[in-house]
Design a protein around this ligand. Structure first.
Ligand SMILES: Cc1cc2nc3c(=O)[nH]c(=O)nc-3n(C[C@H](O)[C@H](O)[C@H](O)COP(=O)(O)OP(=O)(O)OC[C@H]3O[C@@H](n4cnc5c(N)ncnc54)[C@H](O)[C@@H]3O)c2cc1C
Ligand code: SF4
Length: 330
């Protein structure tokens, strides 16, 4: 690993000034993604600014009934939080489906959102990869692409976003709070990550030096039920092949409201707006669940090794909707 400077930030303004003013500086949260990349030579920052002592380590209930999660809250603490388990089960389940207990004890909210793709070519510096080295090509297009995208991909990159937490946050309509040298901004989590287009090296809309300070969850509706389901190659310690986060309300046997996000399918957590539209007002039946999945997957484009994701998404989405609507006695 290349030598680097390390400093612990005492206040946000100076941390932001340091990173913003130096293209070779990076924030470090738990380090569970960044340090791996430094060891692999994917990124070689000259300066790390540790933000874990900043006062962003609490989960607070807001006056409007929502919740603010600080950017340095550890994934294990967030999953164990009483208010999250009670009011946002989809988020607690997604967190517990991610990584291992040891990793969750270190991983932070901000770092989890900004972790990079697990595409094996991205991680192998001996292979071409447009995300790692723009203009070199995409090895996954014609290579091993079992884990890769079927929605929203481009000829430049077919990588998927690996975060389980971000999929739940997309279904919850969360907002990401960001602070930079030009002040604060609020970004809907569904707009934080980018599709690859012709700039796959850019994962998110953040500018260099912008710091995630918190994530806000809107107040949950009284009647909403939510769940996260992840399909993976083994029971623990594996990234999603397909995952589904859903928040659903049922009234008199019909779906009055549905917010759905899909993981493992795209360069960003994929908000399934076509499926939501198909479900609005539909009876809570197997046929309606399948129609919703078909509507969402109409634009899917599969690669050599990942056509299985189409039936897997259809089945997983149906299973989650079945589970949530049964809870309502539909
Ligand atoms: C073996 C293994 C298995 C895993 N399995 C899963 C899994 O199944 N599901 C899953 O979701 N994840 C999984 N992970 C990934 C893990 O969840 C992430 O590594 C972790 O969430 C990243 O958080 P961190 O705080 O350690 O980030 P860091 O490594 O510290 O940072 C990641 C990136 O975010 C930036 N950053 C960090 N905090 C901020 C901030 N507040 N503002 C701006 N930029 C910031 C850093 O500069 C860096 O670029 C796995 C990881 C490993 C090693
Ligand atoms: S899919 Fe994206 S990350 Fe993977 S090799 Fe292609 S360009 Fe690189």
């Amino acid at each position: 690993m290349k030598p680097f400077d390390y400093q612990r930030a005492d206040d946000a303004d100076s941390a932001i000034a340091t990173v913003s003013g130096d293209p070779e500086a990076r924030y470090i949260g738990g380090g569970t993604n960044l340090v791996d990349h430094m060891k692999l030579g994917i990124t070689e920052p000259e300066k790390l600014v540790d933000i874990t002592r900043l006062p962003y380590d609490s989960v607070e209930t807001l006056p409007d009934g929502g919740v603010r999660v600080g950017a340095t809250v550890r994934n294990s603490d967030l999953a164990a939080s009483h208010v999250i388990r009670q009011r946002y089960p989809v988020l607690a389940q997604a967190l517990l489906a991610g990584a291992s207990g040891q990793l969750r004890n270190l991983a932070t909210t901000g770092g989890n959102l900004l972790q990079r793709t697990r595409c094996s070519y991205f991680q192998d510096t001996s292979t071409p990869c447009n995300k790692r080295e723009p203009g070199t090509g995409c090895s996954a297009l014609e290579g091993w692409n079992r884990y890769h995208a079927i929605l929203g991909a481009s000829e430049h990159c077919v990588a998927t976003n690996p975060s389980d937490m971000a999929v739940a946050l997309a279904a919850l309509d969360a907002t990401v709070l960001v602070q930079g040298q030009r002040g604060q901004r609020r970004i809907p989590v569904t707009e934080l990550h980018r599709l690859p287009g012709d700039e796959p090296e850019r994962d998110s809309v953040l500018e260099h030096g912008e710091l995630i300070t918190a994530v806000e969850l809107p107040a949950p509706s009284e009647n909403a039920r939510s769940a996260y389901r992840k399909v993976r190659d083994r029971a623990s310690y594996a990234f999603a092949l397909v995952s589904v986060a859903a928040v659903v309300e049922v009234s008199e046997g019909a779906i009055s409201h549905a917010r759905i996000a899909l993981g493992g399918l795209a360069h960003k957590p994929w908000r399934a707006t076509a499926a939501e539209e198909a479900l609005r007002g539909a009876p809570a039946t197997e046929e309606a669940f399948r129609d919703a999945a078909e509507a969402e997957l109409a634009e899917a484009r599969t690669l050599r090794d990942n056509a299985f994701k189409i039936p897997m998404t259809r089945n997983t989405l149906s299973a989650v909707l079945r589970e949530l609507t049964r809870q309502e006695g539909a």
